[in-house]
Design a protein. Structure first.
Lengths: 433, 247
């Protein structure tokens, strides 16, 4: 039992050690480093790791100068023995289309392997690959429509008997290896009185290299009898032979039975034009020597500021003429505190005067304070505008100040009255704050 | 014809265009010498005159001469001055119906919004409408603030709603006309490339009178966009610009 356990531990250790001795790496390759412009180039990225990695991420470079296939190819997994080491290989392929002639570089791809408790983190970087893109030869046939590769072509119709004026769908299917995804619809040559409209095209990728593209055309045959559609020509540039090759489809026979003439299909319906015939030459209009401008003039843009300025002026003028009650209260408060300070100064002045003059000074100072603090014009109105408590206190002070001018009073009476006046004024100030 | 000549004489006297020139152009057009009519009208254009009538007549002459691309350029220029002219609209629709490249539906909402008013108002008219509403909004606001009249509130809300719509229409039209101007293919056919040069991959072909919107210019090449969002590059010499001048 102990011997078996020890054997297992040794095997485990050997596995761990052997894994630790196999670093991961990535490499990239292309089918050809001298493609033609527009040719499909298969770029393959292989990641070699010591086991299956989880959540690895491929960071692609910008691929400037290349177009690429719309759909991603599925990654493939395999194993490979290299230099006596067994690797798990993950292969990701990209179909690229070089878009211009000259030297183009496929920059390095990066594979990021995150660190987990079961695998070490790593960033694997491939080498950049330089392609020398060649131009297509000049002698392209008229039927060449950007197809580069090796293809077979088949044409068929959805029905072999049709009434004149009824539509028939002609499907041209191109199968093979190349840049089918980017191939344009071939132009068809049909009898003169037939109408042909290009329809949709469908591309199906069968593997990284092979695919099939079907071009549909809607045909309106004319005439009557058995009509043979001429073979359709499909031209492609073969990168292997470096020459243009034209493939012809088999001719197709159509039986056209009697019917109405095919309608002219209008793409846009013309609007009514006041009874003017649309086939007659249009009438000239009398000329003027005026020069019109479709764009607003420069001073037009300045006018946009005028209305906001007028609004601002109206608003400001309204504020100045009728100040708001809130502002009135705030300014009144300011005036009141000034009045209180003035009152205090005058009361202090009263202390230094003779007693009877001091009382007179206090009465005058109190009158001035009442008018300034309340904003009224007379003593009675000012007192009436005050709350009960400060009003009574101030009225008492005024009575005493008035009677003290004719009574035997001393300086200490002036001081005492000043203090009472200040206390009463404080009540007024507190009521306003 | 006689009344037309009288009107012509009066207009020429008022505007300084020579009578002989105008009669020659009309005569050449009526006898089918469209090349001569085009030459005379282009001379008038080179003399600094630009208006709806001149561009319309140039468009007619080009159209009759079979140069539908050039015809469409001048018709669309005339449309900037006279968008509500039904004869002009009919002629534009005729050129669009007869061109080889079918027109897919526009997918960009900005351009759809800009084109909403193209058959109704010139850019200047739209601008003045927007300015009028803008002024009305601010004046109502100023009056309301000055005299604190709450009755104006509802009117202000309505005016501000209409103003927002008008600003959106005017703004999108201005932006689209400045940033993505329409040009018309005037060559019989032009090859669209994947980049600004002949060594790029050819993509597809555009024919005479195809309308495209220019996104960028690099030297002799223009990058453009079709209504279905396909983009490509073609030679600037193969297109005609719709004339516009900042007043």
């Amino acid at each position: 039992m102990i011997r078996h356990a020890g054997l297992l531990v040794c095997l485990l250790l050997m596995t761990v050690i052997s894994h630790a001795q196999r670093p991961a790496f990535a490499e990239a390759s292309v089918e050809t480093t001298q493609p033609f412009v527009g040719q499909a180039v298969l770029y393959t990225l292989r990641t070699y790791t010591s086991g299956t990695v989880e959540n690895s991420r491929i960071i692609e470079p910008p691929l400037i100068g290349f177009g690429r296939a719309a759909e991603m190819l599925e990654p493939q997994a395999s194993t490979e023995n290299r230099n006596g080491t067994l690797y798990t290989v993950t292969e990701q392929s990209y179909v690229l289309y070089p878009l211009r002639v000259g030297s183009l570089v496929i920059e390095a791809f990066r594979v990021e392997i995150p660190e987990t408790p079961f695998q070490d983190g790593a960033t694997l970087i491939t080498e950049p690959i330089t392609l020398d893109v060649r131009p297509l030869p000049d002698n392209a046939p008229e039927t060449f429509r950007n197809a580069i590769g090796q293809f077979t072509v088949e044409a068929r119709v959805d029905r072999e008997t049709v009434r004149a004026g009824d539509p028939v769908t002609l499907s041209l299917t191109v199968t093979g290896s190349g840049n089918l995804e980017r191939t344009l619809p071939p132009a068809l040559t049909m009898p003169e009185d037939w109408q042909i409209f290009s329809g949709s095209s469908q591309f199906v990728r069968e593997s990284s290299r092979f695919g099939q593209k079907t071009f549909d055309y809607t045909i309106f045959p004319a005439g009557e009898g058995i009509v043979t559609l001429p073979p359709l020509a499909f031209s492609a540039f073969n990168p292997q032979s470096e020459a243009y090759e034209t493939t012809l489809t088999q001719p197709i026979s159509l039986t056209v039975t009697a019917g109405e003439a095919p309608p002219r299909v209008e793409i846009i319906t013309l609007p009514e034009a006041n009874g003017v015939s649309i086939t007659a030459p249009p009438e000239l209009v009398p000329l003027t020597g005026a020069t019109q401008s479709p764009w607003p003039t420069r001073w037009f843009w300045g006018l946009w500021l005028l209305a906001p300025i007028v609004t601002l002026v109206l608003w400001l003028s309204g504020r100045e003429q009728s100040p708001s009650p809130r502002r009135n209260r705030v300014s009144q408060r300011g005036k009141a505190s000034n009045a209180f300070r003035q009152l205090r100064r005058q009361l202090q002045t009263a202390h230094s005067q003779e007693a009877k003059n001091g009382f007179q000074q206090i009465e005058k100072a109190l009158d001035a304070y009442l008018i300034a603090a309340t904003g009224q014009t007379t003593r009675e109105a000012a007192l009436a505008s005050l709350p009960d408590k400060p009003r009574k206190a101030l009225m008492d002070c005024l009575r005493e100040a008035a009677s003290g001018q004719y009574a035997p009073v001393g300086v200490e009476d002036v001081v005492r009255l000043s203090e009472r006046v200040l206390s009463a004024a404080m009540l007024v100030e507190k009521g306003r704050s | 014809m006689r009344r037309f000549s009288i009107v012509l004489i009066v207009l020429c006297l008022l505007t300084g265009i020579t009578i002989a020139q105008q009669e020659t152009a009309v005569t050449a057009y009526e006898r089918g010498d469209y090349g001569e009519a085009i030459r005379i009208y282009r001379e008038t254009l080179a003399g600094g005159i630009s208006n709806a009538a001149l561009h319309t007549n140039l468009g007619h002459a080009y159209f009759q001469a079979g140069q539908t691309g050039q015809a469409l350029v001048h018709y669309l220029t005339a449309q900037q001055f006279a968008p509500r002219d039904s004869t002009l609209q009919a002629q534009i629709a005729r050129v669009r119906a007869e061109r080889l490249n079918p027109v897919p539906a526009e997918g960009n909402w900005l351009i759809i919004m800009a084109d909403t008013t193209r058959d109704l108002f010139t850019l200047t008219e739209l601008g003045w409408l927007a300015l009028g509403l803008w002024s009305a909004f601010f004046i109502l606001l100023g009056v309301g603030l000055r005299w604190r009249d709450g009755r104006l509130r509802f009117t202000l809300y309505v005016v501000s709603g209409v103003l927002l719509v008008m600003l959106a229409l005017f703004g999108t039209r201005l932006y689209v006309d400045m940033q993505q101007p329409v040009v018309v293919v005037t060559a019989e056919r032009t090859q669209v490339m994947s980049g600004p040069g002949d060594d790029y991959l050819p993509l597809f072909t555009l024919f005479d009178a195809a309308e495209i919107r220019v996104l960028e210019r690099r030297g002799e090449w223009l990058r453009f966009r079709l209504p279905d969002d396909r983009q490509g590059w073609l030679r600037a010499a193969d297109v005609g610009y719709i004339a516009r001048s900042l007043g």
